[in-house]
Design a protein around this ligand. Sequence first.
Ligand SMILES: [Fe+2]
Length: 677
Amino acid sequence: MRSSFAVAFAAALGYVQATELLDRNLAYRSPFLDVPDFSHDTRAIQARHIELAKRQTVDASGFSDDHYPTFYGGDFSNAPFLWSGGVNFTHSVASGDPDDSSILLWTRAVPIASSSGTVPDQSVPVCVSFKIFDNQKLSGRPVDSGEAFTSYDVDFTLKVEATGLKPDTKYWFQFADCINPTTVSPVGATRTLSHPDTPADQVNGGKPLTLAVFSCSQFQAGYFNAYGVAAHNTSADVFVHLGDYIYESLGSGAKIGRQVLGRELATIFDYRQRLNQYRTDVSLRTAHETGPWITVWVCIALSDDHEVADQSWKAGTANSNDSTTGCKFSASGACFTDRKMAGVRAYHEWMPIRQVAVDDKLRIWRNFQIGKLLDLTMLDTRQYDRDITDLYYNTVIQSISGFNNRSLMGAAQEQWFSQTLDQSKKRGAVWRIVGQQIVFIQLNETALLGGFDVDAWDGYKANRQRILDHLYANKVSNTLILSGDSHANWVSDLAHPNDTTTYDPVSGKGAIGVEFAGTAVTSGSPFGSLSSTDADAVSSLLTGINPDLQWSEGHFRGFFTLTIDPHNVKATYYAMRNISNANLDSFASAVFNVKAGENKLSRPVAGGNVTAGALKGKAVPSASAIIASIVSSVTAAEAESATATAAASSAAATAASSFANSVVSGTSIVASSSTAA
Ligand SMILES: [Fe+2]
């Protein structure tokens, strides 16, 4: 005989198709709705829940889930339908991709196992509510609120869009367990941005807007103190991440107690586990609680290239592609396409990032019009449509780096970028700030790498030239390019490579913009383990031989901020003194200004004085031990690289020796930079 519940349920099935509570959680679209394997069919998940409810025969009196007694139109008062055993907000909260009226809010709500250790029934959906307020005490009526489901399908992540918000306004938000509302998440702070039409001098209430810019945070390499310093010691309004938010590799963090779990990432489980572990870092969690994030990926569209895997391009990475060999790179046997799908999916589950175009090749490039003050244009120079890069073994890239038909951005993105720059100028935005992954200027790193980094824009010279041509030809001024990936600091005027006719490196005359490339949060320096003094000597050499490069610093890990107003952008570089434990010990290593309309670093660059690194033409302290140090450090750094070939190590050591010999032979670093001045 059918129970009354079953009768009621069967009746409900005929007309109930509501999936709103599932659909409201954007993680189910991870990352792209309507693309097979890249999103979840929430109707199928709902059907699974209903099937589960139909099977329920236990007495529900012990459960307090009468919050939704009639959800899906059925009478579930006699069956446990929603998870009611309590949840843990395991990774606090986060927010991201704000505009003038909405923002994404993120949390993770994991069912708690019973005291007897019984694992929760993973098929039961977890209901999470959210509220967002315009005051820190969370008092009065919330500006927006709602409920949504999460489940194991999305690793219990929850991503909702709060809407109906006011522009340029600070908000505070919190999640709760729908069933046990006293169980709440930590409170997160966030903010909206200006309406695109807001006059430049009224953006952010007339106060300068500050971006904190990061890249390359490797868990096993150090504690993420840079995030903590930005959250605690700066007035950052928005946190921008340019890639390598996670790393797929293992490496050894034993000496600082930061070993990563699992294996080299390949499957959805692997990527989720890694993101989970990274977000246990206190500083990272605090930074996510403090303000909204805007991110791009590197590897497989994650920000740099390690969100998926090292040295990635559109159809492969250094150690995986879809060939028979490429699919065997790890014990999982995952081919590149599977790996990419897993990496992208987990990234969209765990990061408060919006979908951009569901039908456009994992597109994440997007533009933020922040009043008439600036356009923040985020590019994907890694995964979207990049032609083959340096995979360590394919040395041909050096020789084809100048080919006209090589593209870093892909035709669609490149065209969009040019149009976005033009539109930004046309609409009267003062600044064009371009967030992207890799170093843009030509950078001769012979002393470090044995040549140029052809995994950066130096491997795609024609694409770079087209961008510079566009800026010059269309008189697009006030463009600042932000870069990560390199694990060192490089600040430069933007000009055509080696063009010291149009461009004067001393005065900056003839430049068309500025590049601010930032060092890593923790990842190892290309300078190896040089002392700060020795690293500064190398920097002095590099600023001497690279016309556009005005400041180089390769010793400290850190980040930088951009403080933007209609007349000036101030860039402050922060250096971490110690990343082997959690602390906030940092100092400003250099401060730069760019005045609106000048299209170059203001002179004297950095006010003529920095506390680390080397300015072009400025002498650095003598480094007596540098010769032996460079050879051993560069060689050791190369040896540490899991993917570097023996040949590459040898080339680097040779280059270092050659550089060292030049120092021995009397071409002293200090002398050469003084000459450059
Ligand atoms: Fe990196």
